[in-house]
Design a protein around this ligand. Structure first.
Ligand SMILES: NC(=O)c1ccc[n+]([C@@H]2O[C@H](COP(=O)([O-])OP(=O)(O)OC[C@H]3O[C@@H](n4cnc5c(N)ncnc54)[C@H](OP(=O)(O)O)[C@@H]3O)[C@@H](O)[C@H]2O)c1
Length: 256
């Protein structure tokens, strides 16, 4: 489907990192891609670089994904330009350290808004594909980044739950759970990131998984299968193990 020049794909968080690499990879497969993020200048640069001779392969649709009405308006703009959306990849996200509500809005509610915005069109056509980028960090909690992990766990739950009702109606649902990928998000990290994946490699793995219609795309294998193993341990055993692997920060602050 995505190798076809007629595929209409919406990628949020397309200005940098995984989203920008996905745009490049999808365009190389022959698709048309609508790109959303807040930084219009970066999106316009992507359109100049990858939009083709007449620029028609990339549609620039800047929006703040934490703004419900802006997300719905973005979807309407794409549908008006292209007549519909075949695949929506809700990738925008990040870490807002210590702010549980803002992190949930950015990583989880943005996906809910996006699904709401594209779903009626897909159901009316009886086909479509919705994907969201969560994280292996959403599998099980550790002593750090609880706000981020909780928001990604919610995305995993959302996608795995919606699949039951949407797939029988022709809408495929994929959740994408990467480990560490080299992007502006992780460039800030000072700690060691095991099995770090380069961003173009991550995009290729994601697009291949989407083409195969996978329910979950997870990588890199040693890390994701290890995380899956930890997921099935009884909590007390898991918690004891994690405490030995990840030191608990000395200060504890209340969530906000
Ligand atoms: N890198 C990793 O190791 C890793 C691992 C697992 C999961 N992930 C997930 O992968 C996704 C992409 O992250 P990345 O690593 O590629 O980071 P990144 O380079 O920082 O990209 C984040 C993207 O989200 C956009 N964004 C952030 N806030 C937004 C908002 N309010 N409205 C619209 N767009 C917004 C940013 O664009 P603007 O700033 O221009 O708006 C940017 O395009 C995120 O959901 C992240 O949680 C990353």
């Amino acid at each position: 489907m995505y190798a076809s020049a007629s595929a209409r794909i919406w990628v949020t968080g397309a200005s940098t990192g995984i989203g920008a690499a996905l745009v490049k990879t999808l365009i190389a497969r022959g698709a048309r891609v609508a790109v959303t993020a807040r930084r219009r200048d970066l999106l316009e640069q992507i359109a100049r670089d990858h939009g083709g001779p007449d620029g028609s392969r990339v549609l620039v649709v800047p929006a703040d994904v934490t703004d419900h009405d802006a997300v719905v308006a973005a979807a309407r703009q794409i549908e008006a330009a292209w007549g519909g959306i075949d695949l929506a990849i809700f990738n925008a996200g990040g870490v807002i350290e210590g702010d549980f509500i803002a992190t949930m809005t950015l990583n989880y509610f943005s996906v809910v808004y996006g699904i709401e915005a594209v779903l009626n069109g897909m159901l009316a056509r009886g086909r479509g594909h919705i994907a969201a980028v969560a994280s292996l960090a959403g599998y099980r909690p550790g002593p750090v980044a609880t706000e981020y992990g909780a928001s990604k766990a919610a995305v995993i739950f959302l996608m795995d739950g919606l699949r039951f009702t949407l797939e029988p109606r022709g809408v495929r649902v994929t959740v994408i759970n990467p480990g560490f990928v080299r992007t502006p998000l992780t460039d800030r990290h000072t700690f060691h990131m095991p099995f770090l994946v380069e961003v173009d490699d991550a995009a290729e793995r994601i697009v291949r998984g989407l083409e195969r219609g996978k329910k979950e795309i997870h990588f890199p294998a040693p890390m994701s299968w290890g995380a899956k193993l930890l997921r099935v341990l009884p909590y007390p055993v898991y918690a004891r193990l994690i405490r030995t692997l990840q030191p608990t920060p000395a200060k504890a602050e209340p969530p906000r």
